[in-house]
Design a protein around this ligand. Structure first.
Ligand code: PLP
Length: 395
């Protein structure tokens, strides 16, 4: 009898053999399809470790052992202690856990960058409502400058948050320099500032090392690296000071209540291991496709909105039409791309605001199209995309 996994590949085969329209997928910063290895790990774990890891019978203990084996594996892949890692339902929940824990403190000041994803930015009005002072630091050209962060710091600052890689343009922030700025300030203020970095678009996609960055917290998501949806990770350097969203059930050492999604956690592990294997070579290949598309776009005199040294996995440019029109034209050619950041229902409005904060002209922001790649993006598909862009632009 065919296994569940065989059914998935049979379905894929029949899709290819049928006359279904071609779909070339260039929206990997929004989400990625699950890889075969992640799917296999997911299905195997669901079958072999179906019991609740909190149950005290043999099957429960077996599931718990598997959960802790996977946590150790993440700790070794990320170069941190396993006690610092907590599985969540995704980056949005990881971020919510950090920001909601501020509400248990005496109000102070929270600083975030103006280019944060809504999962972070949406917390500012909540904090203000609870008496916190908030400030958004500018990011001209897409980058938060240490001196701008420095001038926002005050003795009552309790949190500073800057994302590692922009989901809109792929701009890579200098987190090392920004953390250093905060740590220098702490020496004079003698008060601890929690430095948080939403690292969803960094994991596996740029050289990124939690062990060498002196940050206090970070969020990650599986579905951006060919893992399952609805599973994420929260890194906390010092978990003891942290108040959870819910401690009901006592899972994740009391820091995240709720039955653990073990198959998804296993799928996430398999996906990350695959992304980190030979990561430089994979990145180099994506960089090649990115460069080819940049050349195509530049030859059409269209402004490229991603900085030169951005993550190779994201390339934003201003199309000649409003972004939703251009995205629709690409879609008619069997190509999925995105207008703006497309990881939320309000993607366009959100990314236009972020682009304005980056100093991108509003007409270019309105026409912005984001192409995003994954390690399974082929040169052939990128070549077809380049021809489709040329065809649309040359009428
Ligand atoms: N942060 C960034 C930078 C993102 O790109 C996303 C993607 O949607 C998120 C947070 C939210 O992640 P999740 O879908 O895992 O909640």
């Amino acid at each position: 009898m065919a296994s569940l996994y065989d059914f998935a590949s049979l379905a894929e085969k029949s899709r290819k053999q049928s006359n279904m329209p071609m779909n070339l997928y260039f929206d990997n910063a929004a989400t990625t399809p699950m890889s075969d290895k992640a799917m296999e790990a997911y299905i195997r774990t669901e079958r072999e470790f179906f019991a609740n890891p909190s149950s005290v019978h043999a099957e429960g203990i077996k599931a718990k052992k598997e959960l802790e084996r996977i946590r150790r594996s993440f700790a070794s892949m990320l170069g941190v202690k396993e006690e610092c890692l907590f599985f969540t339902s995704g980056a949005t929940e990881s971020i919510a856990s950090v920001f909601s824990s501020l509400l248990f403190m005496q109000p102070g000041k929270a600083i975030i960058s103006r280019i944060e994803h809504e999962a972070v930015a949406s917390w500012l009005p909540v904090l203000s409502y609870h008496g916190w002072k908030t400030e958004e630091v500018k990011a001209k050209g897409g980058f938060v400058r240490p001196e701008d962060l420095a001038s926002a710091l005050t003795p009552d600052t309790k949190l500073a948050a800057v994302m590692a890689v922009s989901n809109v343009t792929g701009a890579i922030e200098d987190i090392e320099a920004l953390v250093k700025t905060v740590r220098e300030y702490e020496k004079t203020s003698k008060r601890k500032i929690f430095f948080f970095s939403d690292s969803v678009q960094a994991l596996g996609k740029i050289p990124y090392s939690l062990s060498s960055l002196d940050i206090d917290g970070a969020s990650f998501s599986a579905h951006k690296i060919n893992g399952p949806r609805g599973i994420g990770l929260l890194y906390l350097k010092n978990p003891s000071a942290f108040r959870p969203l819910s401690s009901a059930g006592g899972q994740e050492r009391g820091k995240r209540g709720g039955t653990e999604n073990l198959p998804a956690i296993a799928g996430f592990e398999a996906a990350l291991a695959e992304w980190l294997e030979d990561a430089d070579t994979k990145r180099h290949r994506i960089q090649g496709m990115n460069a080819m598309l940049r050349e195509t776009i530049a030859s059409l005199d269209l402004p490229i909105l991603s900085p030169e040294n951005a993550s190779p996995y994201i390339l934003s440019f201003a199309s000649p039409y409003p972004s939703e029109v251009f995205v629709r034209m690409l879609s008619d050619k069997g190509i999925s791309a995105s207008s703006g950041s497309a990881c939320s229902n309000n993607a366009k409005g959100e990314s236009e605001k972020i682009m304005q904060a980056m100093g991108i002209r509003s007409d270019n922001a309105r026409n912005a199209v984001r192409l995003s790649f994954s390690n399974d993006t082929s040169e052939e598909d990128a070549g077809y995309l380049a021809s489709a862009i040329k065809e649309i632009c040359n009428g």
